[in-house]
Design a protein around this ligand. Sequence first.
Ligand code: NAP
Length: 413
Amino acid sequence: MFKHVQIPNWGEPVKVQGNQYSVPDKPIIPFIEGDGIGIDIWPASQMVFDAAVKKAYGGKRQVAWMEIYAGEKAQKLYNEWLPNETIEAIRQYTIAIKGPLTTPVGGGFRSLNVAIRQILNLYACIRPVKYYKGVPSPVRFPEKMNVVVFRENTEDVYAGIEYKKGTPEARKLIDYLIKELGANIALDSGIGIKPISETASKRLIRKGIDYLLKQNRRNITLMHKGNIMKFTEGAFKDWGYELAREEYGDHLVSEEELWSKYDGKVPTGKKVIMDRIADNMLQQILTRTDEYDIIATPNLNGDYISDACAAQVGGLGMAPGANIGDVMGVFEATHGTAPKYAGQDKVNPASLMLSGVLMFQYLGWNEVGSIIEAALEKSILQKRVTYDLARQMEGNVKPLKSSEFARSIIDNF
Ligand code: NAP
């Protein structure tokens, strides 16, 4: 059926019934190794996943990994960066995990990562950021960090509607905006369009509120730059409050009501919805870290806030993520291809491993996630870590290679 993808003959696909997953004991899970450091972090992570599944279930359960291709590997095999069969395989198998993919800056093709999210309508990028004991940090109380960022994944300036300075398209748009709408734009501008819709905003915020209620967390914050971008980011905020009122009135109070009606005390059983302007949010997450739980935000803000949060608890080497649609998920680290380290067996694979933890939790294999998280924490406490954590630790900590770090985690199972 596929040109280059080999389907393992001993596994079965994860099936979707209604909006529930039915997970066989030997699920076929597609993976993309990824460009740059993908070659280092994928094998290290896969080794840990397989060992953790074995530890949790003996031989009863096992993942049948199925390699699919995007980025440089796909270019060599198919002469395409993102072959159709890669997208088709993710559709058919409903779950996938991927390493990072290169995106050229200022030219060339658009982001493959963004394309995968948009084509498959994986509209929520979910990035939990929390402290693992022993992780070095530039802040005094890193243990206060425990947020889950819900980043809108399909629109905003990531929609890819952008025209280069001097092109007929840019000129046409500029002329239209000046002549028809009275805008004041320099003729030598590049033009980017920022669409933010009610539908996409509400479905993202709904996912965040559902998570807040299910996980019994305290609050959700709508992070936006609505003071400047009133009809895109400002509207995102307004739609969020509207959704909260219309669909979650029994469960949520706004911060404004909290003070006007309840003297600042959260009524029993209720959760709080609030909003923060993006620039303020970036400082609040440093100065009042533990006051925030769930952050729902448009695409670009989500990119910024998740890296800023990750910096407090070990950095990008420790930052996992999941791109989720209604019934599909692609799991990936927050970081990129870090090309200067590619192939050196050097970088921290924990970000991809923790993305795998999210994937196993999503499949209901919670035991696997718990084994990996506990062993990862032990390795960090033992200072058996890769360079990124070693350089932030006190004393002269000798860094491990990516593969050695993975083995130390398995030793700690
Ligand atoms: P990056 O690849 O995330 O790397 C930036 C820096 O973060 C690295 O130089 C390194 O810091 C640190 N870092 C990243 N991953 C690490 C890991 N696993 N362990 C330890 N440290 C890690 O960002 P970039 O250099 O801006 O982007 C490179 C390429 O990746 C671009 O083409 C970009 O478009 C792409 N990208 C892809 C994705 C994705 O696939 N989802 C996401 C973001 C970016 P130090 O130098 O301080 O050691």
